[in-house]
Design a protein around this ligand. Structure first.
Ligand SMILES: [Zn+2]
Length: 64
């Protein structure tokens, strides 16, 4: 019981996976799943928690 392998599940495809330092795509199972996830970021499927920008408030629009 000295193996430090953690069983993880790929967040993208749900495939059972093993956390390996050699796997640069972790926690994803493959580059493909990682790229898909990045694509979702680009499509704003994920919402970043942060300050919401009020469209009516333009601080940079005070030139004059
Ligand atoms: Zn996957």
């Amino acid at each position: 019981m000295s193996t430090q392998k953690s069983n993880i599940t790929c967040p993208q495809c749900g495939k059972k996976n093993t956390w390996q330092e050699s796997n640069s795509f972790r926690p994803f199972c493959s580059e493909r799943c990682k790229l898909i996830d990045l694509g979702q970021w680009a499509n704003e499927d994920y919402k970043l928690p942060g300050p919401t920008v009020d469209p009516h408030q333009t601080p940079d629009d005070k030139e004059d």
